[in-house]
Design a protein around this ligand. Sequence first.
Ligand SMILES: Cc1cc2nc3c(=O)[nH]c(=O)nc-3n(C[C@H](O)[C@H](O)[C@H](O)COP(=O)(O)OP(=O)(O)OC[C@H]3O[C@@H](n4cnc5c(N)ncnc54)[C@H](O)[C@@H]3O)c2cc1C
Ligand code: SF4
Length: 333
Amino acid sequence: MRPISYSRATDTATAVAAVSADPTSDFLAGGTTEIDLLRQNILHPRRLVDINSLPLTGIATTPEGGLSIGALARMSEVAAEPVVRERFPMICQALELGASAQLRHMASMGGNLLQRVRCSYYRDAESPCNKREPDTGCSAIDGFSRGHAVLGTSEHCIATHPSDVAVALMALDARVHTLGPRGERAYAFDDFFLLPRDSPHREHPMEHGELITAIEVPATPVARHSLYLKVRDRESYEFALASVAAALSVVDGTIADVRVALGGLATKPWRARRVEDFLIGAPANRVNFDQAARVELADARTTPMNAFKVELARRAVVRALETLSGDGSESPA
Ligand SMILES: Cc1cc2nc3c(=O)[nH]c(=O)nc-3n(C[C@H](O)[C@H](O)[C@H](O)COP(=O)(O)OP(=O)(O)OC[C@H]3O[C@@H](n4cnc5c(N)ncnc54)[C@H](O)[C@@H]3O)c2cc1C
Ligand code: SF4
């Protein structure tokens, strides 16, 4: 038995001070990741600072038409918010296709961004895993890797980032606001998630004790016409094998604006900038959607078990963009 001390913070400054003063402490939000991993003997905090009483639950619109989502807003609350449904359907769909209704009521938005990988070796304390224990090796590369990443991998880790809503937020250029021991900071979403490179245990640039306070989503007119497509082994309560967050604006048959990000395929929520660059100004048709997807996936690195994901991803991108453009009712995926 390991004793764990528990305290409930009532203001953000106290929460940050408590966790940053003690390297063995963690924040506790909904607990759907933290408590799971504590029980599995993967995380070993000696102290939990419960942040659920902090005033970080609001979901507000900005004067420009964007959103500010409190870090403690629950996934289900954000998904149900009418303004989010109207202006950012991809966010609602990504949330509703994640986890289960019960989990979504508990799980916070800040915690969602910081959830841990679903690699089974990471969650098995007996297996070598560079992410859990640096320099011990990666069991997945020559092991069971069917669900693992094909983009953004390194020779040290190929685990897929598991979040759905982070994929939609990546497509929308969201920003993560924090309060840390050295004050407030804001991170561009792409900078907030680190590639594994040679230090897969470092997943975020935050320092210990830094608290996510809010997620800012800028006004993005194209997002009104957006969707989140999630392909998985079963239709509910399952992580993505491949997913696509896409928004599309077509004027007179030509693509005027497009956003695409990929999930279930990369070591971080993956902004598909090559798809976007290929498609801007191009005719909106299946041939171009297909070619754009191929360009994005050209650098994919696969294992014998996950090679199928490249074709799956190509089809998912085409299907998402065809659905939004209304070009082609047949689904190739
Ligand atoms: C069975 C199951 C299925 C799931 N399926 C999906 C799915 O399909 N798609 C998906 O996207 N997710 C899925 N999830 C993950 C789930 O969405 C996350 O566990 C949840 O969002 C985490 O939020 P939480 O509030 O419970 O975080 P917690 O578990 O409380 O915390 C998670 C981590 O973040 C830290 N933390 C929490 N809040 C903050 C903050 N504000 N600032 C700094 N650090 C913080 C904690 O210290 C901890 O390390 C699933 C989870 C389970 C258990
Ligand atoms: S893929 Fe990453 S998380 Fe999985 S065993 Fe390898 S190092 Fe660990």
